[in-house]
Design a protein around this ligand. Structure first.
Ligand code: NCD
Length: 306
């Protein structure tokens, strides 16, 4: 059974096909309105979410299917001690496809091994978030026309930010990519990603604490929130939370076609005044998230029928 746990579960040509399918859905929504009639998506969210869960649900509804699920661990039998495997086996009796978010790294993989229907990782702890990456790739392809020869800056919490980990992994498969890592010392990209992804694929990268000094180089600036829920103590979070605040004056030396992205939610890291800058892409990103999830649901349900 085909699932999506890690972005590398899909080849680059499959990613291209998903992007083409999302673009076709954007252009011809009526053609897709009944594609999933009679099918059910279960959203199993053991961690908070606004965009990911609701974009999955909107995606399935726009495909003519229906949705069931829960949005808090406390309202499921996990609160009684049920294992992820047993939950996945149970949901396989009620639904056709699962989207799961869980605070424990690897939980969606465990679910996929137990389920008899496709499982989509909708974020596992500080590890991966492959559907945000598909959203980000659709955004980049629409804004930049492709993925080659881009200098991409990642700014903020690169240690715990799962969207950063998955997007860097995805971008490492394209030619001419350069990565700029901008974070406080304490929130640097984990060394396993530098070694297994960046070094292994010969991707040039630089690390800095200074956003403004690298701004002129960037084609894409990917801002992130400091991941409060992954900190061991509140003091460290309070000290680091406002490390970077993007304001209009910091963009004076930026490229005129810079694409500013953020997976959202934003806390303080982009000032509201930036929202009116034509280079701000983060609300477009939100909308693209629904379309790429429609393409993903269609693909996995088609493969499940084979
Ligand atoms: C991200 C996440 O959950 O990892 N949000 C999202 O899915 N769009 C980013 C975050 O929570 O900071």
């Amino acid at each position: 059974m085909r699932s999506l746990i890690d972005i590398l579960d899909f080849s680059t040509s499959e990613v291209d096909e998903l992007i083409a399918s999302a673009n076709d859905i954007i252009d011809n929504p009526a053609k897709y309105a009944e594609k999933c009639k009679g099918k059910k998506l279960a959203t199993l969210f053991f961690e908070p979410s606004t965009r990911t869960r609701l974009s999955f649900e909107a995606a399935m509804l726009e495909l003519g299917g229906s949705v069931l699920g829960f949005s808090e661990a406390n309202s499921s039998s996990a609160a009684k001690g049920e294992s992820v495997s047993d939950t996945a086996k149970t949901i396989s009796c009620y639904a056709d496809i699962i989207a799961m978010r869980h605070p424990k790294e690897g939980a969606p993989l465990v679910a996929a091994q137990a389920a008899s229907i496709p499982v989509i990782n909708a974020g596992d702890g500080g590890h991966n978030h492959p559907t945000q990456t598909l959203t980000d790739l659709l955004t980049i392809s629409r804004e930049k026309g492709g993925f080659e020869n881009l200098t991409v800056g990642f700014c903020g919490d690169l240690k715990f930010g799962r969207t950063v980990h998955s997007l860097i992994t995805a971008l490492s498969r394209y030619k001419g990519i350069k990565i700029v890592l901008i974070s406080p010392e304490e929130l640097k990209l984990p060394s396993y990603i530098k070694k297994d992804v960046l070094a292994k694929n010969n991707i040039p990268y630089e690390q800095t604490t200074d956003l403004e000094s690298v701004m002129p180089e960037l084609d894409i600036l990917y801002m992130t929130r400091v991941q409060r829920e992954r900190f061991f103590n509140e003091e460290d979070y309070l000290r680091l939370k406002d490390s970077y605040i993007l304001e209009p004056r910091k963009l004076t030396n930026a490229k005129s076609d810079l694409c500013i992205m953020h997976p959202l939610p934003r806390v303080n890291e982009i000032s509201l005044a930036v929202d009116d800058d034509p280079r701000a892409c983060y609300f477009k990103q939100v909308l693209y998230g629904k379309y790429i999830r429609m393409a993903l649901i269609l693909k996995l349900l088609e493969e499940a029928q084979k």
